[in-house]
Design a binder for this molecule. Structure first.
Ligand code: GTP
Length: 173
């Protein structure tokens, strides 16, 4: 709200990237509005969400950018990354191909993103235990090699979503 905006210590821009269908839009809506949709449509172009949050005694306005995972729906890449201090690189633990593509996303991020951007690798849909194709240790190991933070989340069950965003915001400081 307005009162909060006036008192805000920082405005942080963060972006979500990753293949289509991994759950980027639902992670954002869970964090910003505590909402989840089973029937969400692919994102076209770019969308935003905001959430005001207090982290380590600072009032932060988090501006979260959501873009299409599908190439044909993507907007101009350089403007998407411009000014972003944090990024969440999301894959789906039930689809190995989305984990394999993390390398490609990281490449794009390093090309267009700022040098000291905080990156959290997120393995989403950890509620789908029966269909798991990527072990947690594998995600964690890859994150360590690439010096990224790591978290497994479920936007559906609201597991670790808040934690993943807070981890990113905290590391930005
Ligand atoms: P694009 O906009 O195409 O890039 O996709 P996206 O990454 O934004 O994925 P989206 O949030 O639209 O979710 C895709 C599908 O996965 C939807 O049917 C969601 O309901 C479902 N989904 C998202 N997160 C979870 C989760 O944590 N668990 C489960 N079981 N399903 C999820």
């Amino acid at each position: 709200d307005d009162a909060f905006d006036e008192q805000c210590d920082y405005l942080f821009k963060a972006v979500l990237i990753g293949d289509s269908g991994v759950g980027k839009t639902n992670l954002i809506s869970r964090f910003a509005k505590d909402e989840f949709r089973l029937d969400s449509k692919p994102t076209i172009g770019v969308e935003f969400a905001y959430r005001n949050i207090k982290v380590m005694e600072k009032l932060i306005k988090a501006q979260i950018w959501d873009t299409a995972g599908q190439e044909r729906f993507r907007a101009i890449t350089s403007s998407y990354y411009r000014g972003a201090l944090g990024a969440m690189l999301v894959y789906d633990i039930t689809k190995r191909a989305t984990f394999v593509n993390v390398r490609k996303w990281l490449h794009e991020l390093r090309e267009f993103g700022g040098d000291d951007m905080v990156v959290v690798l997120v393995g989403n849909k950890c509620d789908l235990v029966q269909s798991r194709e990527v072990e947690k240790e594998e995600g964690k190991g890859y994150a360590e090699t690439e010096r990224l933070c790591f978290m497994e989340t479920s936007a559906l069950q609201n597991q670790n979503v808040e934690e993943a965003f807070i981890e990113m915001i905290t590391k930005i400081h």
